[in-house]
Write a new protein. Structure first.
Length: 346
């Protein structure tokens, strides 16, 4: 073994000379296309739903072109696919726009290919449709037929004008009982805003938060109690994930293991909880309108407008970027309610 010791000692004396020679640098495997899509989506802080939608339409695009690589198909394949959706699949205008945005994101941001001018693109005309709005009495009847946490969710949707996703992702720190406000973080388009917290919900929400705090305390005693944090806040604030302030107001009944950290996280409840309960109450109330939980948000804006609230204030409460989006509620009942039918004058 003396010769081996001499070789090893010689290696440590002459560190610039490797013991077994220079190992060839192995080329790293190229990342898969869908992995690149997810990486760039997260790098640009796009929402999880946007990432899922982009991945869905990119897969559909690849299957449409018989599994050819999009780089080989070229930008000319975009027009064929988008026109196919319009003529053969007869999708809605919003669906076609979502698919087009996903494919443009693939070429411009992932593949870094100049798309240029898309000639022959057939865009579906978006029809001007009025939102479905429930009367005040109809909202009252539906809410009376709902019970428990789903009713509290529905009352918050109508009382604050929230989207259902915004309601599900609320955290305890977003409630300001003293000021009577509620903060919506990373809403549609990644925007933050503040809305009104109905005084009627102050006591029910406080009682609900106490139950969430008891559940969180139970999780802590069992070595859990973690809530998922956005972006990289878990690295910046390691203890925030276990604090009560960052827990969801409407937590899930179960905890799920995180694939990255191995922690058991308690996410927010599913949107189907309030959706199913609302549909059942709508049927029991014998309301024939094609309404959903999102109708409560439309009703929130329309009823405020009917009461004389300024249109600019409603825009801020709803989080609309353009005032034209909010102006659609002025055509729902505002002008028609004061119009008398000529039949009534006979």
């Amino acid at each position: 073994m003396n010769w081996l010791n001499r070789v090893i000692s010689s290696h440590f004396v002459h560190k610039e000379r490797p013991l077994w020679g220079e190992l060839p640098a192995l080329p790293l495997p190229a990342p898969r296309l869908m992995d690149q899509v997810s990486t760039i989506c997260r790098r640009r802080h796009l929402s999880q739903r946007t990432e899922e939608a982009y991945r869905f339409w990119i897969k559909r695009y690849i299957l449409f072109h018989r599994k050819q690589h999009p780089r080989d198909v070229g930008p000319a394949g975009i027009t064929l696919f988008v026109n196919y959706l319009a003529t053969e699949r007869r999708v809605a205008a919003s669906t076609q726009s979502q698919a087009l945005n996903a494919i443009l994101f693939l070429y411009r941001d992932v593949l870094e290919v100049d798309v240029g001018q898309l000639n022959g693109l057939k865009r579906i005309q978006r029809p001007a449709r009025l939102p479905v709005v429930m009367a005040v009495e109809e909202v009252r009847d539906v809410l009376r037929l709902m019970h428990g946490t789903p009713r509290l969710m529905a009352e918050l949707l109508y009382g604050s004008g929230l989207r259902v996703t915004e309601c599900m992702t609320l955290r305890i720190k977003d409630l300001n009982f003293r000021e009577g406000t509620i903060s919506i973080r990373s809403g549609k388009g990644g925007k933050d805003r503040v809305s009104v917290l109905p005084s009627r919900l102050l006591e029910p929400l406080q009682q609900h938060v106490l139950r969430v705090a008891a559940l969180h305390k139970h999780d802590l005693t069992h070595g859990r109690g973690f809530a998922p944090l956005p972006n990289a806040l878990d690295r910046k604030y390691p203890s925030a994930s276990r604090s009560l302030a960052w827990q969801f107001i409407f937590p899930s009944r179960v905890t799920r293991a995180c694939v990255h950290s191995g922690r058991f996280l308690r996410w927010h409840a599913s949107e189907s909880n309030v959706q199913i309960a609302f549909k059942r109450a709508l049927s029991d109330a014998r309301i024939s309108k094609h309404a959903s939980v999102h109708t409560l948000r439309h009703s929130f804006a329309t009823h405020l407008l009917a009461e004389g609230t300024d249109i600019r204030t409603i825009q801020l409460l709803l989080g609309h970027r353009n005032l034209k989006t909010t102006m659609i509620y002025t055509h729902v009942h505002h002008a028609i309610r004061k119009t008398v039918s000529p039949l009534d004058r006979l």
